[in-house]
Design a protein around this ligand. Structure first.
Ligand code: ADP
Length: 174
């Protein structure tokens, strides 16, 4: 077996609008069990709806968060996740599970994806307790309404949210 074949490569897909400390927790846990991780930013309807950052902006922002972590690659994708994973030779998908409420949808999706590509395996990872209530949509809402999101997102994301929503996003008076 060549070194390339032996390498464990996984895809962590999501909309990441924006990347939260919950996502970061899963990425860092994922790096303990795989050699390389592709953070795959999905082109989703959230952009037209109550989205915050555009697709390319999300990719650049996540890249800046992991600029010192060469094992993380960030890219966008459209279409079926299994097609993307297969095109990259990645048989592993990582997903985060926050609570039972995530389970049904995640389980259904895992089985659907595996029926589309039987060689696929999906790994569910639990974040640290303190991140189980965090979701990107809540962070967007709190930021938009003038709340302090500094505890919920990595510093580079916070900086961008301050540009968008003003200093209130970092808990400072305007
Ligand atoms: P969100 O659900 O926050 O909008 P995404 O759609 O980008 O995020 O989700 C990408 C993946 O990250 C999903 O598997 C989701 O369950 C997981 N995830 C999101 N937030 C957290 C968190 N706080 N802790 C653990 N996993 C999370």
């Amino acid at each position: 077996m060549t070194a390339r074949e032996a390498e464990r490569l996984a895809v962590y897909p999501g909309s990441f609008d924006p990347l939260t400390r919950g996502h970061d927790d899963i990425i860092r846990r994922g790096l303990k069990i795989v050699d390389r991780l592709i953070v795959a930013v999905a082109e989703t309807a959230t952009e037209e709806k109550a989205g915050m950052f555009g697709l390319e902006e999300r990719v650049e922002l996540i890249e800046s968060v992991y600029e010192d972590e060469p094992r993380v690659e960030v890219t966008s994708f459209s279409g079926l996740l299994v097609d993307f994973a297969r095109s990259r030779g990645a048989r592993l998908i990582i997903r985060g599970l926050r609570a039972v409420s995530d389970f049904e949808y995640e389980f259904q999706m895992a089985l659907m994806n595996r029926s589309l590509w039987p060689e696929l395996e999906v790994i569910f990872m639990a974040p640290d307790n303190q991140h189980t209530f965090l979701s990107a949509s809540l962070v967007r809402e709190v930021g938009r309404l003038g709340g302090d999101v500094s505890r919920f997102v990595p510093p580079a994301v916070l900086e961008r949210m301050v540009e968008r929503f003003g200093p209130s996003a970092a808990g400072r008076a305007s």
